[in-house]
Design a protein around this ligand. Structure first.
Ligand code: PRX
Length: 648
């Protein structure tokens, strides 16, 4: 094999679900006869009405339609809870580890059942039923999982908004899916600091300026005092005391929506990605089992937030469908100290740990000491997700965190894909640091050049997926045309991921990052257009162009070129003001890292901003700007280089 290879260790293969030969055989079967393959694996979940049809999908322009198991009915909450009660009612379903290391609790499957039924009854009493949207704006507490599962139980559709988003962002997402009910907490707690969730909800509802939101359900987390509007707001514990802990799970069609999750694209406002019931759950549970080589009795921990897709598929739905013990962590990697992750691993004897490269890189900065003082003996599999993991971070994860004993799974996927698409399998795949390696069952990656020509063998190009898999998103909420346009029009007949990749001679994929105007900051996806429109809304700003640039810890940082209105002075005070502006407008994850005041931006004669040049300058790599002769005003480039903010 080509390049640095870490062979599958004998210990990883022992007792693993698949070895290399089995992977190849199953993969082959999955792509040659998807109906037979998924017909068999579709039965890994329980169906109320068994399906007779398996795959009915088309990527054809104008006719994009994705249906899996369409004549079956089931319920996600039933699969994640009820079906386990007979065999594992007393087993821990969720281990909750609080922000404060002295706070943790275990919730058994039986307790989970009671809690979810209660929450479902509270919702039902407020008129929530099948197909209704419910917005969740929650901290990482068990009630977030209860709320998700309670919606699923009723056939309602949850739309989670990450707790770090601003009231404005929350408002547009509530509006986008017209939720009449919002579930939140008084305050969140992260790294010892309080996050004013309920106050943000109040602010968001005020901005909506309508009576769309009829009910706000407030879980008491910190007990901090918050405003409660009579008739609209209710404390969850008070409402829960009025209802029973029994609530039937509603049988819904396989294609009934399970959730909407807003995600950034290269243009316009975030899109409401729609995932449905049957195919999603089959895919989330199957990938959870095989990718992490999940085994009965394992303690599994994914450090994501439920506000992102990783939290949906790999904290809640995949693990619980498999009857696993899943750990939910309220805090951050550096509180109270940079040993926290590893202390939690030891405290709860975690076997499988799944985190993001940005967390690994930030902990790397503190050296080996904080890791080595913990045991970590329970660990077996280490996962990575959210952005490309650079080989140095990979090696550190492998050598220092995993003591060269644990396998690493670098999992590539997207909000849109519902589950992991390209990844090693611990017992099967020889590893290469920095490569997401090979496709999961049923996934047909295709590399194309800029013209859409399919490339063969070792190559570099744009990553497409040639055919559907059960976890794929089905539509953009309320805008199927945008769905087709965004994902299926660039290379007709294929799903275009927006990522660039390299495929090596061994058929391994190396994801190089987004090729569109989406940037990935600490694993959080951000459309440059969103940051730009926030900046130009500031009264002193005339024009703005935002690009990503390489950042040691965050992967990519946000670099903003800002042209001010005539007469305005660009200084550090204004830089601070603009950063605060964007934080308030979108949320902290969108804060620009560097702002360059630019008297002019490089534009073509037709007025199009040449982002290629802006990216190069932001990367501090202006030796090869390419042809600038087509610019309307070539001189602006010199000024931009002269005043660049990112200098080695
Ligand atoms: O660019 C890829 C990057 O994250 C994007 C998807 O972001 P999001 O929808 O927020 O989902 C993140 C969690 C699934 C992708 O288009 N990405 C995600 N995982 C990897 C990755 N890039 C390289 N390697 C990965 N393992």
């Amino acid at each position: 094999m080509e390049g640095k290879v870490i062979e599958v260790q004998t210990a990883w293969r022992e007792g693993a679900h698949v070895d290399d030969a089995k992977y190849r055989q199953m993969y082959e079967a999955s792509v040659t006869d998807p109906d037979a393959f998924w017909g068999e694996h579709g039965r890994r979940i329980d169906w109320m009405t068994p399906f007779s049809k398996v795959k009915n999908t088309s990527f054809e322009p104008g006719k994009v339609s994705i249906k899996w198991f369409e004549d079956g009915t089931t319920n996600v909450a039933y699969n994640c809870i009820d079906r386990h009660l007979k065999t594992r009612g007393d087993q821990t379903a969720i281990i909750w580890e609080g922000d404060n290391p002295d706070e943790s609790k275990h919730i058994t499957y039986r307790e989970l059942h009671a809690q979810v039924c209660r929450m479902a009854n509270v919702l039902r009493n407020r008129g929530v039923g099948k197909g209704d949207r419910v917005t969740l704006y929650m901290p990482m507490i068990p009630e977030a999982a209860y709320a998700m599962l309670a919606c699923a139980r009723l056939g309602a559709i949850h739309a989670i908004v990450f707790g770090g988003f601003s009231p404005d962002s929350l408002a547009s997402r509530i509006q986008g899916c017209t939720s009449k009910v919002v579930i939140t907490a008084d305050e969140g707690l992260r790294g010892g600091r309080r996050v004013p969730l309920k106050a943000n909800v109040d602010e968001a509802i005020k901005r909506l300026g309508s009576d769309l939101v009829e009910h706000v359900i407030v879980v008491r987390r910190t007990g901090g005092s918050v405003a409660m509007e009579a008739g609209r707001d209710v404390y969850y514990d008070e409402a829960a005391a009025q209802v029973t802990d029994e609530c039937p799970a509603e049988a819904v069609e396989a294609e009934h929506p399970l959730f909407i999750l807003y995600t950034s694209g290269s243009t316009g406002q975030p899109k409401g990605v729609v995932h449905t019931t049957g195919g999603y759950l089959v895919y989330a549970s199957m990938t959870h089992q095989y990718v992490f080589d999940y085994r009965e009795g394992d303690v599994y921990w994914c450090t994501a937030d439920v506000g992102w897709v990783t939290g949906h598929s790999y904290i809640v739905y995949g693990p619980l469908a498999n009857g696993a013990t899943t750990l939910m962590f309220e805090g951050i990697p550096t509180y109270p100290s940079t040993s926290r992750f590893w202390e939690v691993v030891d405290k709860h004897k975690v076997n499988i740990f799944y985190t993001a490269p940005t967390a690994i890189r930030s902990l790397m900065g503190g050296g080996e000491g904080p890791v080595k003082k913990t045991s970590r003996q329970s660990l077996r599999v280490l996962g990575s997700v959210g952005e490309p993991i650079n080989p140095e971070a990979w090696e550190w994860y492998y050598n220092v965190v995993g003591d060269r004993r644990c396998s690493i799974v670098d999992t590539w996927w997207q909000t849109e894909t519902g589950g992991i698409l390209i990844t090693p399998l611990p017992g099967a795949t020889a590893l290469k640091p920095g490569s997401a390696t090979r496709p999961f069952f049923g996934v047909s990656p295709e590399m194309v050049d800029a013209e859409g020509k399919v490339l063969q063998g070792a190559c570099e190009g744009n990553l497409c997926i040639a055919d559907s898999w059960p976890g794929q998103m089905r539509t953009v909420y309320g805008d199927h045309e945008r769905f087709e346009q965004t994902y299926f029009s660039t290379y007709p007949g294929k799903y275009f991921t927006g990522d660039g990749a390299r495929r090596d001679a061994d058929g391994y994929y190396w994801i190089t990052g987004r090729v569109d105007d989406v940037i990935n900051v600490s694993g959080h996806r951000m459309g440059t257009a969103e940051v730009e429109s926030s900046l130009v809304a500031h009264p002193k700003v005339a024009e703005a162009a935002v690009v990503g640039y390489p950042h040691n810890v965050k992967g990519q940082g946000i670099y903003a070129y800002v042209t001010l209105n005539d007469g305005e002075e660009g200084d550090d005070a204004l830089r601070k003001e603009l950063v605060t502006w964007v934080r308030k407008d979108i949320g902290p994850i969108a804060s620009p890292d560097l702002i360059q005041f630019a008297p002019g931006l490089p534009k073509t004669r037709s007025g199009k901003i040449m982002r290629r040049i802006l990216r190069k300058i932001a990367e501090d790599d202006f030796g090869s700007l390419g042809d600038t002769s087509t610019l309307a005003e070539p001189a602006v480039v010199e000024d931009l280089i002269e005043n660049r903010q990112n200098r080695a």
